[in-house]
Design a protein around this ligand. Structure first.
Ligand SMILES: Nc1nc2c(c(=O)[nH]1)N[C@H]1C(S)=C(S)[C@@H](COP(=O)(O)OP(=O)(O)OC[C@H]3O[C@@H](n4cnc5c(=O)[nH]c(N)nc54)[C@H](O)[C@@H]3O)O[C@H]1N2
Ligand SMILES: Nc1nc2c(c(=O)[nH]1)N[C@H]1C(S)=C(S)[C@@H](COP(=O)(O)OP(=O)(O)OC[C@H]3O[C@@H](n4cnc5c(=O)[nH]c(N)nc54)[C@H](O)[C@@H]3O)O[C@H]1N2
Ligand SMILES: [Mo]
Length: 877
């Protein structure tokens, strides 16, 4: 048994790259050979470890049914089976045969399903009563109200312009596609986006800018083959724990990959890395330009690959010409030597794996900086072969699908809104006139949707599966918008969230485990989640709600037939397949039946490639042809759109773009009044606004309240010690929480954004103290991806009250690990005991791998050793 609160990653199962495993196998005695995977050529050598957690008192033998699904609380796509007993979910178990996780599960997946069974789920629709209170009603009344309002707006002056949709990265592919068609061909509004704008808009923007279309080039098996891993603003240990377990297993095996971390905080990733660049938040671009400067200067790039497969080398070279490590060291405030070591690590490896996430996407110059990671891979020819992988990460479980299916400011099938041929094809598919489909300007991004609601031009805002009253920046402003008298707000959720409390109509939704649909992981693996149990009360699957709306609105095609021609998840999936045909995300070879096989399947999957496609761009040919690409591109500094003519003039011819831009400081930097840099993010125990993880006792107890991370130097300068209550103020708002003195870089303050302002017991913010990180953040976004800048704001911190002997309840696991040794270790105890089963349990579990000699081989030369780690600056210095 293992307490997966105390140890979120579980036991190590060390392994090496396939060739080494083979060599090792040859030298091992008979029995030990058995613990090594058989089909080394095809199968990943990563050992299986099946994680299971069942409700107390229930054993595997008691379970009535195991129903196939995949994780819904991060983007890794970990496959699992849901345990059902007496019509209720009672636990989960990882799927051993799945290519993504080989049986492992994240703590949020192990314990988070308990939220499904929470007694405070919404079970009936709610509408605003005469007294201004939300009152229960039936579905007919609620839907008729929405339909009446919709028809009034659609038939009146301004029509479609009054509709706004703010959706999610947590619904299923079938639901997005349906919503997308309703918005684009039913209502004809461009104002549809979602929380994916806050999340992975930059991933999409950077992939399009460099390679022509969205679509992750890499495969998780790159972890098996790589000889270096670079984590760019990605605390993967806490946010994709199973991917981190795979990386750690490589690090503990023979020929471990070198590791580089770029993060202002001492995350578990930073602690593990050989080189940690704890740069000042907001300065990624300075660092990236310096790294590329060194790569070019030293000749550490693949000239042949660059010449044959890329465009823009000259401009990139000129842009970084003056960007020496010395120059960047000043801006980023890290030692020159470390930047040089990082460049050497990147320049000397043979198979580099990079992952990029919010430390880039939500920080200053997001798209430009994310493109520089693409540039490193292009310069070094590190794409399209085993180990040379690149993940412009997703965050949410189904973020990839909302982008593919066009519910978020993209057109379905990764089509280009500015390409009339692409619009014509969609019109043909949906049998509507092309002029109905909004394509006269780019789709409206989420921050602009809220701006229109603020200005009053959007009058109906439909929020599904997201909680903007906690997750959008500058919450005081967002609350004003949501509370606006002129705004008709529809909220579709599982719970009465902070956002739902502002709604005119609340629709109770069914969720994962209670409905069926597909979704796609970061490495393009498509999984099917089947329905395991009935939803509570009258709650309905989101797909049914959208289909019902379309029916009641009576949306029609050109010939007078119903616009939406499908009626359930599988028929929606089939309709989507037709839309995806011939595009990068081609699903035509996938069926629900195939997804019920042992493992998920990677797109593109066609009748010609029925097993799916492991890596994109294997031949160095990219999706940049003008007739195929998803965008004609932008100027990275201003976001100005290029025209088709300008794009064609570049004659991309299937080559990738090396995108270049100079460094510019963040829009808000510390000054006299607000001398510190605020950054925000996550802990391993909570998912976003905690609607699910806050209802799972093991997870909630591990991190029950917000905290403020301070560096030891900053804390002592303010007279603050561990557990004291501090006030954090920005020009927009304030919050109070206990201080955690830990390994954040000097000058940087970190606050987790998970905690909303409403307590679960319905009593409101209780003592009136704000605790949401977004009270502080700024309304500002990247010019290209339009993703908000959650990672940089100027704040001041002051002590409010002493700890009185009470310590902060912040976790001791992860980046928040305290410097004060008195803080009790975060643990889950008996209530959190999960089991781990290994491939050959009879052989004795993890110890087998340890004993088999699959340890770090002392004979393997390691280029980067822990001595190169960044020297920590503490008050002693
Ligand atoms: N446990 C857990 N896992 C999750 C989620 C969750 O809520 N909880 N959410 C999922 C989702 S939707 C997402 S998007 C992902 C997010 O996953 P991550 O991106 O890994 O998470 P964050 O904590 O938002 O940010 C990562 C790191 O960025 C660093 N950072 C801040 N500013 C800068 C900067 O200017 N430069 C650099 N280089 N780094 C900076 C922070 O210190 C932080 O450690 O996680 C997914 N997985
Ligand atoms: N300061 C700061 N702010 C941030 C971030 C940050 O790092 N710092 N990160 C940003 C990022 S990356 C993200 S992804 C967002 C996340 O922000 P949100 O999307 O607002 O957060 P969630 O709590 O995931 O909200 C999802 C909602 O959907 C509901 N839900 C879950 N499943 C279903 C379903 O099947 N159907 C329906 N109808 N509802 C469902 C849940 O109950 C919940 O209320 O936050 C962003 N905000
Ligand atoms: Mo996200």
């Amino acid at each position: 048994m293992s307490d997966r609160i105390a140890d979120p990653w579980g036991s190590r199962t060390p392994y090496g790259p396939p060739a080494v495993v083979e060599r090792l196998a040859a030298s091992l005695p008979g029995r030990l050979k058995d613990v090594l995977p058989g089909d080394l050529g095809r199968r990943s050598p990563w050992p299986v470890r099946v994680d299971t957690f069942l409700q107390e008192g229930i054993g595997e033998q008691d379970v009535d049914a195991w129903v196939q699904a995949a994780s819904i609380m991060h983007s890794n796509g970990d496959a699992m089976d849901i345990a059902v007993k007496d019509g209720r979910i009672v636990g989960v178990r990882g799927r051993a045969g799945d290519r993504v996780n080989h049986g492992r599960l994240d703590p949020k997946d192990l314990y988070g399903w308990q939220a499904n069974n929470s007694p405070d789920r919404l079970t009936r629709p709610l509408i605003r009563g005469c007294g201004g209170e939300l009152v229960e009603t039936d579905w007919d009344t609620a839907m008729n109200l929405i339909v009446a309002k919709s028809k009034e707006l659609l038939d009146g002056p301004g029509g479609w312009g009054h509709f706004g949709f703010h959706t999610s990265g947590q619904l299923f592919l079938e639901e997005y596609y349906t919503l997308g068609v309703i918005g684009k061909a039913g209502i004809g509004t461009p104002h549809m986006d979602g929380n994916t704008r806050l999340c992975t808009a930059t991933a999409a923007a950077a992939l399009k800018a460099s390679f022509g279309t969205d679509g992750q080039p890499g495969s998780y098996t790159d972890v098996d083959h790589c000889d270096a891993i670079a984590l760019w603003g990605h605390n993967v240990a806490e946010t994709q724990t199973v991917l981190w377990a795979r990386m750690l297993d490589r690090r503990r095996g023979p020929r471990p990959p070198a590791m580089l971390a770029v993060d202002p905080r001492e995350t578990p990733v930073a602690r593990e890395a050989d080189v940690h660049l704890a740069i000042r938040s907001g300065t990624n671009m300075a660092l990236m330009n310096a790294l590329i400067h060194v790569l070019i200067d030293k000749g550490w790039y693949d000239e042949r690959y660059v010449r044959a497969h890329t465009l823009g080398f000259g401009e990139l070279q000129r842009t970084v010409a003056e960007c020496t490590p010395e120059w960047a060291a000043q801006i980023c405030d890290v030692p020159v030597r470390l930047i040089e070591q990082a460049a050497e690590l990147l320049g000397s490896c043979d198979r580099l794996l990079s992952t990029v996430l919010q430390g880039f996407y939500q920080s200053n110059q997001a798209t430009a900086a994310a493109c520089q990671v693409n540039n490193i891979h292009l310069l070094r020819g590190m794409l399209g072969r085993p180990g040379a992988g690149l993940y412009q990460m997703n965050g949410q479980p189904t973020a990839q699908n909302t982008r593919e299916a066009g519910a978020n400011g993209d057109l379905p099938g990764m089509r280009n809104w500015d390409n009339p041929e692409h619009i014509r094809r969609l019109a043909e598919l949906w049998n509507v006139d092309p002029s109905v489909i909004p394509h006269w300007a780019p789709p409206t991004h989420a921050m602009q949707v809220f701006r229109y609601a603020e200005q009053g031009s959007i009058k109906l805002l439909w929020v599904s599966a997201t909680n903007p009253a906690v997750s959008l920046p500058d919450l005081a402003r967002i609350r004003r918008i949501l509370a606006g008298d002129e705004l008709f707000l529809v909220v579709q959720d599982l719970f009465l969230t902070e956002t739902a409390r502002f709604a005119d109509v609340v629709l109770p939704a069914a969720t994962w485990g209670e409905k069926q649909g597909t979704f796609t992981s970061v490495d393009r693996t498509v999984h099917l989640a089947d329905k395991a149990v009935e939803p509570p009360g009258e709650a309905r699957p989101d797909l049914d709600i959208f289909l019902d709306y379309a029916r009641r609105m009576d949306f029609r095609d050109k010939d007078g037939a119903p616009l939406i021609k499908w009626h359930d998840p599988e028929s929606a999936f089939e309709a989507w397949k037709a839309c995806s045909a011939g595009r990068p995300c081609d699903y035509t070879g996938i069926t629900y039946e195939k997804l019920r096989g042992e493992s998920g399947v990677q797109w593109p999957c066609t009748p010609g490639a029925p097993r799916g496609t492991e890596r994109l761009y294997t031949g160095g040919r990219f999706n940049t042809d003008p007739g195929y690409c998803e965008t004609y591109g932008h100027d990275l500094l201003t976001g100005a759109e290029y025209s088709e003519e300008q794009y064609r003039a570049k004659e991309p011819g299937g080559r990738a773009f090396l995108q270049a831009a100079p460094y510019q400081p963040s829009p808000e930097v510390p000054g006299q009044e607000y001398p510190l840099l605020l950054t925000t993010g996550r802990t391993v125990y909570h998912f976003h606004t905690r609607t699910k993880t806050g209802r799972a006792p093991q997870l909630n107890d591990a991190a029950p309240e917000p905290w403020v991370e301070l560096s030891p130097g900053d804390a002592s300068a303010m007279g603050v010690s561990e557990g004291d209550t501090v006030r954090v103020e920005s020009p927009r708002g304030a919050l109070e929480a206990r201080a955690r003195v830990c390994g954040t870089r000097p000058g940087v303050v970190f606050v987790p954004f998970h905690y909303g302002y409403w307590d679960r017991d319905d009593s409101g913010p209780g003592d009136g103290t704000a605790r949401a990180a977004n009270e502080l953040t700024i309304t500002s976004w990247d010019p290209v991806s339009k993703q908000p800048l959650y990672k940089v704001a100027a704040v001041r911190v002051s002590k409010v009250a002493g700890a009185d002997g009470a310590l902060s309840a912040a976790p001791t696991v992860g980046a928040a690990a305290p410097h004060d040794p008195r803080v009790p270790r975060t643990a889950g105890g008996p209530a959190a005991e999960a089991s781990e089963a290994f491939e050959r349990p009879g052989d004795g579990g993890p110890g087998v791998q340890e004993r088999s000699g699959l340890r770090r081989d002392p004979g393997d030369r390691e280029r980067f050793t822990p001595r190169d780690r960044v020297p920590r600056r503490t008050e002693e210095e």
